[in-house]
Design a protein around this ligand. Sequence first.
Ligand code: SAH
Length: 381
Amino acid sequence: MPKPGELTFVAPRGAKKPPRHLADLTPAERKDAVAAIGEKPFRAKQLSQHYFARFAHDPAEWTDIPAASRERLAGELLPELMTVVRHISCDDDTTRKTLWRLHDGTLVESVLMRYPDRVTMCISSQAGCGMNCPFCATGQAGLDRNLSTAEIVHQIVEGMRDLRDGAFGGSAGPSPEGADGPGGPARLSNIVFMGMGEPLANYNRVVGAIRRLTDPEPDGLGLSQRGITVSTVGLVPAMLRFADEGFKCRLAVSLHAPDDELRDTLVPVNTRWKVREVLDAAWEYGEKSGRRISIEYALIRDINDQAWRGDLLGRLLKGRRVHVNLIPLNPTPGSKWTASRPEDEKAFIEAIAAHGVPVTVRDTRGQEIDGACGQLAAAER
Ligand code: SAH
């Protein structure tokens, strides 16, 4: 019997294991790994300092470590995990999407978005996805494999390094707090697991990544749990397990329909865990984390955008600590579906708001760079 959260819906297509990396290991495991190659255990802390606090990947920069040890430590604990296939920018250079190639040729995507008051990075937790949602580009291609903890963390380390160095971003508009000027260096404030993959189907590695991201420097990157959002299709056992981790992360639930009949088709895993069970698990997470739940709802013209469905959604959520995020559908190539008409969107919002449930429409960054989940990797394939 698989443990909750370890459920695999589509068998990964037999890829080679990613190389072991510093970011896969707990601080204690790092010491053991360093000792195992005959280096002094305190080198583990030095390596962590270089990787997590200084983003210094080049052994030549590790001047506090004898030259003879640098290459050995780098080879053992900091193997190359991924290379940039390309960056694509838009929205006045405030949005940048990156296509990565992993060691075995697998492709994944991440996106950096710079706003006046914050910087958000959207990262992938799996190569491909096994959840098969028909409106999602990643869902169409199936699951390649789980990403390792380090492959998840490294997307962020690279993003943070480019932000620190002012290598990305924002020829226009004011800079985030603490920045030196428009387009200058900036700090990452938010991370969303809304790139490729279902994070709770890669449970242990995602939880490991959250620890690396939020452990204080130099054990980890020292980011705030409150700034991290984990988005799920609604894998109920894994949601309940996640509630017991004691994290203060935000949980987003991709609902997309308030009724089981329609949700069975839009989010196929709904045939296993129904709307009611998914919401109950979300409320439990909300209780334990003290965080308000986000409900994600992609508005699809004439499919799920009827005012009566907005009313039903409002009734399900009424009185809860919740916020509805409406996402205008970003049509995938060849899809017969498209975004809602403005008047239908308006009526849908009003139907939800009538129940006193807070609702906003998500801004749609990156449309001209195939911003929708999985589109860039699909085009490359
Ligand atoms: N597997 C997770 C996280 C990845 S997708 C999940 O499903 O929650 C992040 C969000 O983007 C999800 O709410 C997903 O349903 C939505 N999404 C995927 N494709 C989309 C599209 N073409 N248009 C709008 N939203 C989309």
